[in-house]
Write a protein that binds this ligand. Structure first.
Ligand SMILES: [Zn+2]
Length: 134
């Protein structure tokens, strides 16, 4: 499972877009539309949301919770990379490359390390509220 799709769909939802089409992902990830569509259908099969033909993908409750979790992991890794001297852009890129491979154990360590820190290097909340539209 490519966690990046869930994180991007979650980001879109946070930006007020509930249903995201394959082109949203192909533009941002530099992949083809069919590849993106295939991944979105797979996410729906894994019960993270629904794939609506000709429209796109919509996260369900489970998908939203997963998106929130992946976003937190991403931002904790950004904090780590930023603290060892990477720019916030570089930190974000590396976190994107690694977020689907990182273990829960490492994330637990990072949560302890960055306990009390509220914002990632780009200025986003590390732990977001789960409520939609906030
Ligand atoms: Zn960030």
């Amino acid at each position: 499972m490519r966690e990046i799709y869930i994180r991007l769909a979650y980001k879109a939802l946070k930006d007020g877009v509930e249903v995201v089409g394959p082109s949203y992902f192909s533009n941002r990830l530099g992949i083809s539309k069919p590849t993106a569509q295939e991944a979105l259908i797979k996410l729906a099969e894994n019960n993270y949301g629904d794939y609506i033909p000709k429209k796109g993908f919509k996260l369900n409750r489970e998908g939203i919770a997963k998106g929130k979790e992946i976003t937190m992991k991403h931002r904790l890794m950004e904090c780590l990379f930023y603290d060892i001297g990477l720019s916030s852009e570089f930190a974000c890129r590396e976190a994107t490359r690694l977020e689907e491979h990182v273990s829960g154990e490492l994330i637990a360590r990072l949560r302890v390390l960055f306990n009390g820190r509220r914002l990632c290097p780009c200025g986003n909340r590390i732990e977001e509220e789960l409520e939609e539209g906030t």
